[in-house]
Design a protein around this ligand. Sequence first.
Ligand SMILES: NC(=O)c1ccc[n+]([C@@H]2O[C@H](COP(=O)([O-])OP(=O)(O)OC[C@H]3O[C@@H](n4cnc5c(N)ncnc54)[C@H](OP(=O)(O)O)[C@@H]3O)[C@@H](O)[C@H]2O)c1
Length: 234
Amino acid sequence: MKRVLVTGVSRGIGRAVAESLLAENMAVIGTSRDPQSINIRHENFKPAYMDLDEIVGNPDSLKSLSLEVGQPEALILNAGQGRFGSLEEFSAGQINSQIQKNLIAQIILVREFIQTFKNRGKGDIIFIGSESALVGGKMGSIYSAAKFGLRGFSQALRQECASSNIRVGLINPGMVASSFFDELSFQPGAATDNSILPEQVADIVLFMLASKPNVVWDEVNLSPLKKVIVKTPR
Ligand SMILES: NC(=O)c1ccc[n+]([C@@H]2O[C@H](COP(=O)([O-])OP(=O)(O)OC[C@H]3O[C@@H](n4cnc5c(N)ncnc54)[C@H](OP(=O)(O)O)[C@@H]3O)[C@@H](O)[C@H]2O)c1
């Protein structure tokens, strides 16, 4: 049974990915800052603690996750957070925190498992990037900086890992209907073609994992048919 670590499974894309993998008879270790709150009931699911904010200052905090996960065959790096606004609205600490969560912690997470993958000579690493990794947009300077960085990391790691038969891929969704927007001052329009469903991102993860081993899906970009942004009072 394929063993997969998925970060950020308490809701949104991560939860949909975890449920899709479980439905395909894979074993999933899924993380949250509050693992007891994860509402996934399945015999092949194991909740685990992981806080992106702790990893940079204390990489040793990953040791217990590493022990729980054992030797995964795939990593789905999904957990993340977006904060948007004009540059001057962010304090230095907030900028640091966003880049740490969405870029540096992701790199350190992969570093924790990469030697195991290379020793085994196979594996899949899939990052959930963003359309903000492809083009910068108004109010998105910090988020884009992190996601562009993640894309560069993913591309370089793909080259590094190919000789070890490890496939590294990146999924760049446009607006996905999830709690991502709960703390933001905008959200996708309400029409069904204004947002992607988390399950549709999960379909791409499954597709990438199921591809023949000679092929790597470098990057998959998907967008809602009609991009509509609605302002929400905060
Ligand atoms: N929604 C979109 O429109 C959209 C579009 C493109 C890309 N993305 C990307 O997709 C990924 C998932 O987003 P989503 O839409 O599913 O958002 P979401 O519904 O807000 O879910 C975010 C997940 O990330 C985890 N997380 C957040 N901050 C964390 C932290 N500091 N440490 C550990 N885990 C943390 C949360 O877990 P806990 O709170 O339980 O710890 C939660 O499971 C993110 O990387 C996001 O940048 C989203």
